[in-house]
Ligand binder design. Structure first.
Ligand code: DGL
Length: 291
């Protein structure tokens, strides 16, 4: 049975757009609802418990919008909440993120791999289990890139500070002989060119977005949940921050327009609408930032 309901996707901010774009490319007919919790970004330095509460609130909001599947397009939220969300909402299919150490460990020739992710991601049980399952026999070097998410959120991906943060993180890894870098935070594919520039041609960079989109497709196929139709599905972007600011940044974040434009005579470009969600369901628990 085709299912016209939307896919829900969320992140602390604009990082999950790297995942949303990959989903859009693989599943153009699907309606997508994205929540950027920009009132609370960055998630990375927060306690896991707090990120779990935000993630639960956003999940409830997405389900209230009719989401048929939820993609936790944030490594930090996955580390903090994925297990809890699956237990709390047993009927709902979730796709979550874990740093892609499996392909990194399979492909490294030098046996030294770098992982860039947030402090919360490195602290979570999910990361410990990924290391245990996939990284035996491989040296894994980690860095939390302090301040990088904030630079990307502020639209300074091309700025001097971004470059300095990446240079500081990657230099010791390169000296130690890494040949692979895992992007363990969904904000980081938005600076992949800068990472490549610093790391050089001999280093492979693993961006998890295409694999997450494939997993989303697989779950929809298995559950017979795909949407049918001729028109590309609408994309609705919610933010707990400023929708006008998000709208202004989207063209730069999204990059090139949709491949081939839209097939049925709709105007070229993304069928996107913006809205502010006050995050009211986050409020009762939230003591840090009033929304
Ligand atoms: N994009 C997120 C991640 O994948 C969170 C970054 C942050 O808010 O600190 O981890």
């Amino acid at each position: 049975m085709p299912n016209p309901s939307p896919i829900g996707v969320f992140d602390s901010g604009v990082g999950g757009l790297s995942i949303l774009k990959a989903i859009r490319q693989q599943l153009p007919l699907e309606k997508l609802i994205y929540v950027a919790d920009q009132a609370h970004v960055p998630y990375g330095p927060r306690p896991l418990e707090e990120v779990r509460r935000f993630s639960e609130g956003i999940t409830r909001f997405l389900l209230a919008q009719g989401a048929k599947l939820i993609v936790v397009a944030c490594n930090t939220a996955s580390a903090a909440a994925l297990h809890y969300l699956r237990e709390s909402f047993p009927g709902v299919p979730f796709v979550g993120m874990e740093p892609a150490l499996k392909p990194a460990a399979e492909h490294t020739r030098s046996g030294v791999v770098g992982v860039l992710a947030t402090p919360a991601t490195f602290q979570g049980a999910l990361y410990a289990s990924v290391i245990e399952r996939f990284a035996s026999g491989v040296t894994v070097l980690q860095d939390t890139c302090p301040g990088l998410v904030e630079e990307i959120e502020a639209g300074r991906a091309q700025g001097e500070t971004t470059y300095r943060i990446l240079q500081r993180a990657l230099a010791p890894m390169l000296s130690a002989g890494i040949d692979t870098v895992v992007l363990g935070c969904t904000h980081y594919p938005l600076v992949i060119e800068r990472i490549a520039e610093i790391a050089g041609a001999g280093v492979r960079i693993i961006d998890p977005a295409p694999a997450i989109a494939r997993q989303t497709r697989r779950l929809l196929e298995q559950g017979e949940l795909l949407r049918e139709g001729k028109r590309p599905g609408r994309i609705t972007l919610y933010t707990t921050g400023d929708p006008a600011a998000l709208a202004g940044r989207l063209p730069a974040l999204w990059g090139e327009p949709e491949p081939g434009g839209l097939p049925d005579g709709l105007p070229d470009g993304l069928p996107v609408s913006y809205a502010r969600w006050s995050g009211e369901r986050l409020r009762p628990h939230d003591t840090s930032t009033p929304v």
